[in-house]
Design a protein around this ligand. Sequence first.
Ligand code: ASP
Length: 323
Amino acid sequence: MKNLIDIKRLKKEEITAIINRAAEFKAASQDPARGEINYTSGISDFARLGERLYRANSCSNKTACLMFFENSTRTKCSFAIAAQKLGMNIIDFNVQTSSLSKGETLKDTLDNLYYMGVNTVILRHSEDDMTERMSKEVKFPMAFINAGDGKSAHPTQALLDYMTMLEKLGTVEGKKIVIAGDVSHSRVAKSNLALLSKMGANVHFFAPEYFTPKNKEEFNVIWEDDYNTAITDADVVMLLRIQTERLSGAETEKAKHYSEKYCLTTERLEKYAPNAILMHPGPVNRDIEVSSELLDSPKGKTILEQARNGVYVRMAVLENAAG
Ligand code: ASP
């Protein structure tokens, strides 16, 4: 069983292997509706490749359980699609109507799920390190995949972001990657920093004072004081959502004025980083982190491409875990 708890524990080669596998899955994906693949006649090379990929590494008869204690669109749906594409059974565990509400512990719930045949758990939780805790408490051979916990880690998001950057830039080595916004509450920023610095990128963080972590010195990153300087000549500008659900009252008050100073507009991006790729993990707060005009322009499409790459990255991760 192969857990995926935190990017920090993956070696460079393991990251590359996941991305390569995701790229294979993407190439094999038969989705003419999106115009990704040129079908000629009969079975295309892609379809044949697809058959080989799916047959060789069948995860069928394996059962994955989606356990989401926090809301999600992209992560949850793409894990579900990925599992379906791999031929897995998938359970959408409903936290609210489950016996957790009767007082059962999460560990006991997981033990029971194991006995029913679940072999992979995809867990999202508001507490930092919950996936790791459960992977230790449960003594049965179940694989645990961290689908985002607390403010600490979101490994599959970083992997899909990296895949998207590789597609656009070829490499991240030596590239200026700016991650801006609510850094202190963002698990995306932390997992991306871990991955991108491992792969040789120059990662810069910008956050207003009220979104700057108190332990900022402990981050191995270039901290920027000024937003415009931060994004100047960036290869990638990755914006972060304001994590309203994690803010204190005082932070909520200050965040009300965020967009006045830091909303990324077409004009600003053109002026300081005309060649930058625009990224955002989603969900986007329109006209707060990014202007609607910019989001709806061709530059904004990369954000949708991130979401799509999530399917393939998660197929690779699930295959490792359950296959
Ligand atoms: N979807 C990402 C996450 O779960 C980013 C966000 O919610 O802001 O962390």
